[in-house]
Design a protein around this ligand. Sequence first.
Ligand SMILES: Nc1ncnc2c1ncn2[C@@H]1O[C@H](COP(=O)(O)OP(=O)(O)OP(=O)(O)O)[C@@H](O)[C@H]1O
Length: 594
Amino acid sequence: MPSKADRRHAGERRAFKTWVAPYLARHRLQLGVAIILGITAGAFACALMVTSGYLVSASAAHPDSILLLFVPLILVRVFGVGKPVIAYIERLASHDWVLRMTSDLRRRLYLSLERTAGASRQVGDVMGALSEDIGHLQNLYLRSVFPLIVGGALYLMAAVCLGAIDLRMGLFFAAGCGVAAIIAPAVSLWAGAERERDRKQAKRDLYTELADNVLGIADWTCSGRRQDYLARHLDLQQRSSACEIAARRFDRRRDLLVQASFGCVAFAILLWAAGRFGGQPAAVSDAANWIAAFCLGFFPLTDEFSQLPGAAVEGAGHLGALEHLASVASTSDAPADRAPMQEAAPCAPVGSKPAIALQDAAFRYPDAPADALDAIGLSIPYGQHIAILGRSGAGKSTLKALIHGDLSPTRGSIEIDGAPSCSLGEQMPRIMSVVHQDPYLFGTTLYDNLCVGRASATREEALDALDKVGLSNLVSSLPQGIDTMVDEGGLRFSGGERHRIALARILLADAPIVMLDEPFAGLDPVTESKLLATLLDVFADKTLIMITHHLKGIEHMDRVVFLENGSIALDGAPADLKRTSARYRDLVAFDQGL
Ligand SMILES: Nc1ncnc2c1ncn2[C@@H]1O[C@H](COP(=O)(O)OP(=O)(O)OP(=O)(O)O)[C@@H](O)[C@H]1O
């Protein structure tokens, strides 16, 4: 049976293949260019100090003619200007593709999480993946891959160059700087990787517990266990801090060793250069300038080498992050019985009056024993007002998610204007607006909340939309009118008012299809009637899909579809159904409490 470490390594390898390798392959050209630029910038920094050292020393000797300094002067200028320019281009090239890559990764992770939204996953876990793990991935390239390759290449180049001048000095340099370039990274990896994993795990536990406890804070408080909650939180925080302190202590000791080895090498270079170039006959006195050149030329290399141990540890930490990322997103590997959601493949733009067509559409949740929806055939022409009804569990929310493109059918097709709904991706908000059961208002002004529908909406347009949904009196009664702050969650407004504000948002968005999910949930009958009248009025010329439990006001819709056990049991105009279907008459009578 494989050990825990074997399983972890296998998981890391799998995660590397899925989350890193494709990006390395796709961006290999940019990666190669950035690495070559990084090595060149490092070599220029070193050459700048060598030529500066030489120039300073030669100038101090008051040469007979300034022309004797001409070559070092030119070189100092070339390396002085070249180094920052190359470093700047390198930063630009590396950051550009790294940021593109991480934004793509975030999107990919989000898509994989969205597909299984509502599944048993802890909020803190997802937050950890989105913030810490992807942030870590971003730093893998910038703070691990680049410094390790660039520092390693400079280490080899410097050792070879010095060895070519003097083999013994080259070997001493390789051994002394090898402490920073090889030994310290290896020891850090060996000793630090486990510690880094513990640190991340402690932090993740802290996030997970915090998110869980904040969501359940009312229960902690009501049950009189606030102190328990605080004690648990403090305990986790202390564990996380202890890991941080241990990591810092290790880093300090390692850095001391690295700096001591640099000191030894610098001293050795000084002695070696003094021995080799000092005491030369006066005729070749400029050779003494090389003492300064070699000593100063060493210091930019120490900047490169001293980053390597930290880069190695960070790289190891990154592998842990990868494993976690892969475990959080593991459900993105679509099960065999479920069609994977398509990732917004480019498709033809949907027209301004789109029709919706479902043909023999079926959907089964992963691991569910039966289809949640089966053989759904629906053709909804543009402008139709349709109510989708059904008891709890009939499949209404699943149908809503399929039409909105959040899920893709396991069989059959769902198309909007001929394009599969799940392929519409970023086009969807322009095509379809959705009002959920409990619309959310953000803790900003009423105007900003309305601009969620359309960022460019003017105040006049926002006021007009509020007027259309019957809220102009409410707005004029607010202390700062449309600029009044809305408490987070919109708590200063009633449920009916929140729904109307959400409708005003949708009016501003002006999408041709509007989907309402239980728009009357939690509203009293009078508010419900008024809201229905408003809805039918303001969305008169749009496709309106209303998903609801009950039949109040259903006679005002063009069409009613009744779902039962995942299939369509009734479909027709309310007046026709009332005339022809005893079942429908029974349902209406039951809903009215007759
Ligand atoms: N994530 C899921 N995994 C497995 N089965 C699910 C999942 N979500 C819903 N189901 C099942 O699919 C069927 C349809 O559920 P759906 O939520 O679409 O019904 P609904 O009509 O919207 O119910 P309600 O009115 O209570 O929201 C139900 O049997 C439900 O148990």
